[in-house]
Design a protein around this ligand. Structure first.
Ligand SMILES: [Zn+2]
Length: 130
């Protein structure tokens, strides 16, 4: 169980980094591919801006790249060493798994990215705005 108030909580649960109440993404199912990256423009609970500037999430690509490397390579290595799969087969299976994981990677990359810039607000000062 991850404690609320930590960045990890916001990332794992894909919650608003500021209040950790509202969801970052409109559709909870990442496999509704048309809506995979749909986010509300701001948090419906604390009004935190989710898209702080145009192209804000292009930086999230720098997060998703290591994800791919750190998942794809160990996956291929396990298949070759443990299951004795030929390298090419292992590569294609890994690629297939990455394709399946891609919507999740894209979402978690965005969650990590916004968490770099937005802090958790434990004071709930935003409640005063209503
Ligand atoms: Zn919020």
């Amino acid at each position: 169980m991850i404690k609320k108030g930590t960045k990890l909580y916001s990332i794992v649960h894909l919650k608003c980094p500021k209040c950790q109440e509202a969801n970052l993404f409109t559709d909870p199912n990442p496999y509704h591919l048309k809506k995979v990256l749909d986010m509300p423009p701001y948090c419906p609970v604390c009004r935190q801006d989710f898209i702080m500037e145009p192209g804000f999430y292009s930086g999230a690509l720098w997060i998703s790249y290591p994800f791919v490397v750190f998942i794809l390579i160990p996956l291929a290595v396990i298949q070759v060493i443990y299951f004795k799969f030929p390298l090419l087969l292992a590569f294609f299976i890994s690629l297939l798994i990455m394709l399946v994981l891609q919507p999740l990677i894209m979402r978690y990359s965005r969650a990590i990215w916004i968490n770099i810039f937005v802090k958790y607000d434990s004071d709930k000062m935003w409640l005063d705005d209503f």
